[in-house]
Design a protein around this ligand. Sequence first.
Ligand code: SAM
Length: 383
Amino acid sequence: MANNTNLGAAKAAKNDEFYTQYQDIQKEVNAYLEYNPDTFRDKTVLLPCDDPEWSNFTRFFAQNFERLGLKRLISTSYAVESKKYKNYQPTLFETESPRYDEDKTRIKGKIFELTRDTNGNGRIDLDDLEWHYLDGDGDFRSKEVCALRDEADIIVTNPPFSLFREFVAWIVEAGKQFLVIGSQGAAGYKEIFPLIKENRLWYGNGFSAGNAYFGLPNQQIREYASGVYDELTGLVKFRNCCWLTNMEHGRRHEPLRLMTMKDNLRYGKHKDLMEMGYLKYENYDAIDVPYTDAIPDDYDGVMGVPVTFLDKYCPEQFDIIGFGSGYLGQSIGIRGIPHEHKQKMKGHSAAGDLYMMVNGEPKVPYARILIRKRQCSSATESD
Ligand SMILES: C[S@@+](CC[C@H](N)C(=O)[O-])C[C@H]1O[C@@H](n2cnc3c(N)ncnc32)[C@H](O)[C@@H]1O
């Protein structure tokens, strides 16, 4: 029986061993190729934090090396000793290679590279990958992997969840193009949200129906909390995963189809909204819009919308103004919740949170992205 889990739990457990499925990589990459068939042409692609012998990232990019028009593919892995694997067995691929080294296999990372037709069969593909041990353990922060990052044009991976902020900073500081898997909640991180606001990072095309399934190393199935993976498929399902990127794809430029405020209140599908109307925040000049599909297309002021809006964000349709709670709330000038209201909100201490009054009681909404309709935009359509 399949059960859901989320990246937060995996991160808390410092569990980083989740392997991305081939079809998810293929579907995502195809979205960039549909927008621009030359997205990867003549580019050096680095796949760090990978496990090239197992990884579908390496498999996909190597098999599609010629179709994508790549110049060079580099994939690096992290040493098993650093991962703290208990039942590690090197693969036959490694042990049967003349490069195999009994001492290095546990403590060194590996690098796989593809640039040319090594076996002379007239194609550049998976069989032409060349490999050797790295000097260190393959940590993405090490000098040698940083040097590979600097040589790359595009960085693609599913990074360790427990080091996600550090990993994104590592890419951004080098000014590289990237396509990585992360958690939807990352939008609220103080390191990530400014990148979203400045249009330097956005959601990718996305997993099928928002469901992301990952493989696990064998011994981990038993160690991981029971009930979070599907015994039949051997896959774990995450409900809050997304692709994050700074590369263009078509879905990002499709505006949301929205109704006017009046039509939302008359014909909308959200009863609570139809009953209460669009509430104004008490401490910030904006209205609360609790559902992305209820964003009124004729409202010119600032609106607080759910974080899931980011998956539908079209930069030609809306500007992102800020994040409506905590640290970032304060940075856009949200006044704190007055003392008399705070007393009614047991345990509430985030001084910068938005709040509104509902039936005479103060209420803090879930995290909100503050947006405003782009001026002179002809992108929206009303029904
Ligand atoms: C979420 S898994 C993804 C693996 C692979 N990229 C995939 O999607 O199939 C992240 C990988 O990063 C590795 N890792 C953890 N810390 C790392 C570090 N500091 N540097 C490099 N890799 C690391 C983990 O051992 C794990 O194999």
